[in-house]
Design a protein around this ligand. Structure first.
Ligand code: TXA
Ligand code: MG
Length: 417
C-alpha cells in the first residue's frame, strides 16, 4: 500500500502473486485479494497469529467467524478430515447434501457450512468457537492463483473496516486499511459486487443464512435443496436470532444517513429532502430501475461532472496498464466492468440556498445494481453528503440476486425504510 504503483510493473503479475503468496506463508500480515464477489482479506487459516491479525486489521468482533477459501476439492477434504486422516480416501468426508451445490456453483459465490472435525487444522479463531466452519471456492482467477501458490487454506472476510460497506475495488480496500496491511492485489472491479450466499445444509430443512450471489431459486434446482428455507431476516431483525453471527452486526454503513425506498414506494420529492429544521447541506441519490435523473428536481446541472473519470485502481484501465503476459490476456478478457460514478446537480428549495445533489444511476439490471452498490455508498461518503436516498428493487420473486441487494440496503439504512 505504501508503494501503490508497484503492482503495475509490466508483465510482472506472477512475481507479484508469488510475493503475495510468500507474504501469506511467512508473515502474519494479511493480504487483500480480489474475488468475484468482493475483495477479501486473506491469511493462513491454520495459524492463529495470522488469523488474529485479520480481526485486528478490520476491527472485527472476535465472535464473528471467517469464511475459509479453498482452491480445490482435495484441499477441502483435508480440512474436513483434520489431523486424523484415517479414512485414506475410502470415505469421502464431504457431506452428500453439498455435492450437488459444489458441482453446480463452485467455483463461485456460495459458502457452505461444514462440520469442523476433531483435530481440525484450522486455527480456533477462524470458527469463533463454533463446531462448524464456512468454506467457499471463489472463481476469480487471481484468487485461485494466489491460493495455489501459497497452498494454504485462506481465511478471508471482506477486506473492509468492520461496519463499512464491503470493498468492490482495490481502492476501497486502500481507503479502509491503508497503513494496516502491506499488499493489495488489484483485480479491478468485482464481477458480482455482493458477497457469497451462505447456506447451512447440516440443518433440516437446509437454510440460507445470508442471501448473496447465488439465488434461492438456483439453490432449489438442486437435489435435496427443493425446500430450502430462509434462515435470516432483514425486515424485523429483532425478532429472530441470526444463525450467521455476522448478520447481527451493524453493517454496510456509510457515514451519511441512508433512507431506503422499497420498490413501488412513492418517488421522493423536494419536501422529503428538505430537512424541516436546517436543510441538508448536500444530498446523495442512488437510482436503480425507475427514478428519473436527480429525481427530476434538478434546477441546474451546468456544473455537472461525470464523476472523477476513473480514480486510480477502481477501473479496468488501471489494470490494463500492466498487462502483457498470457495471465494478463486472460485477465483482460475477464475484467470488463465499469463502476458508475456520481454527477453533480442542484436543487433549489422555495427558500434558502440551492442544495448540491450527487446523483448515481446504477443501471436497470439487478446485476448492475449489485455490482455498483457498495461503490456508490462509498463514493457518496467521499462527497460528504449528509443523506443518501436509495431506490430499492423488488426482491419478492427470488429469481435474481435482488434479495442480496435489498438485504444489504436494509442494513445500510438501519431500518429507515
Ligand atoms: O463473498 C464472500 O463471502 C466474501 C469474499 C471475500 O469471499 N467474504 C465474506 O466474509 O463476506 P465475511 O467474513 O465478511 O462474512 C462471512 C459471513 C458472516 O456473516 C459470518 O457470520 C458467516 O459468514 N459465517 C462464517 N462462518 C460461519 C459458520 N460456521 N456458521 C454460520 N455462519 C458463518
Ligand atoms: Mg463482511
Amino acid at each position: 500500500v505504501e508503494d501503490w504503483d508497484i503492482q503495475y510493473e509490466q508483465g510482472r503479475e506472477w512475481e507479484s502473486l508469488k510475493r503475495a503468496a510468500e507474504e501469506l506463508k511467512e508473515t502474519d500480515t494479511p493480504v487483500a485479494f480480489p474475488t468475484e464477489t468482493v475483495y477479501g482479506l486473506g491469511a493462513d487459516a491454520t495459524r492463529s497469529s495470522a488469523v488474529r491479525a485479520i480481526f485486528a486489521a478490520k476491527g472485527r468482533p472476535a465472535d464473528n467467524p471467517l469464511i475459509v477459501h479453498v482452491h480445490s476439492i482435495p484441499q477441502l477434504r483435508t480440512l474436513l478430515l483434520g489431523e486424523n486422516k484415517t479414512s485414506d480416501g475410502v470415505i469421502d468426508p464431504i457431506p452428500e447434501i453439498y455435492k450437488p451445490l459444489i458441482r453446480m456453483f463452485w467455483p463461485g459465490p456460495l459458502t457452505i457450512i461444514l462440520p469442523n472435525p476433531n483435530g481440525s487444522v484450522l486455527a480456533p479463531e477462524v470458527t469463533a468457537g463454533l463446531d462448524t466452519f464456512g468454506a467457499r471456492m471463489p472463481r476469480s482467477i487471481l484468487s485461485l492463483a494466489l491460493m495455489r501458490l501459497a497452498d494454504v487454506p485462506l481465511a478471508g472476510p471482506s477486506a473492509n473496516a468492520s461496519t463499512r460497506p464491503s470493498p468492490t475495488a482495490a481502492e476501497h480496500v486502500k481507503d479502509d486499511l491503508n497503513g494496516r496491511i502491506h499488499t493489495i492485489i488489484d483485480g479491478g472491479p468485482c464481477e458480482v459486487g455482493v458477497e457469497s450466499t451462505v447456506v447451512d445444509g447440516l440443518s433440516n430443512p437446509p437454510a440460507v443464512l445470508r442471501p448473496g450471489g447465488v439465488t434461492v431459486e438456483q439453490l432449489r434446482q438442486c437435489p435435496g435443496w427443493e425446500n430450502v428455507v430462509v434462515g435470516y431476516k432483514d425486515k424485523h431483525e429483532h425478532d429472530i436470532k441470526p444463525r450467521a453471527p455476522g448478520m447481527k452486526y451493524r453493517h454496510y454503513s456509510p457515514k451519511a444517513s441512508v433512507i431506503l425506498y422499497e420498490a413501488g414506494a412513492k418517488i421522493p420529492g423536494l419536501s422529503d429532502i428538505l430537512n424541516p429544521k436546517k436543510g441538508y447541506k448536500s444530498v446523495g441519490i442512488i437510482r436503480t430501475k425507475t427514478w428519473p435523473a436527480a429525481l427530476g428536481l434538478l434546477i441546474d446541472s451546468e456544473h455537472q461532472t461525470n464523476g472523477d473519470s476513473d480514480p486510480k485502481g477502481t477501473g479496468s484501465e488501471s489494470v490494463a496498464r500492466g498487462l502483457n503476459s498470457s495471465l494478463s490476456n486472460l485477465l483482460r478478457s475477464v475484467i470488463q466492468h465499469q463502476i458508475p460514478h456520481a454527477s453533480q446537480h442542484y436543487f433549489q428549495p422555495p427558500v434558502g440556498n440551492r442544495i448540491p445533489v450527487w446523483d448515481i444511476a446504477l443501471g436497470t439490471s439487478t446485476e448492475d445494481v449489485a455490482r455498483g452498490l457498495f461503490s456508490a455508498l462509498r463514493e457518496l461518503d467521499k462527497k460528504g453528503v449528509e443523506i443518501i436516498l436509495v431506490e430499492g428493487i423488488d426482491d419478492r420473486v427470488g429469481d435474481d440476486i435482488a434479495a442480496a441487494v435489498m438485504n444489504r440496503l436494509r442494513k445500510a439504512a438501519e431500518l429507515r425504510v
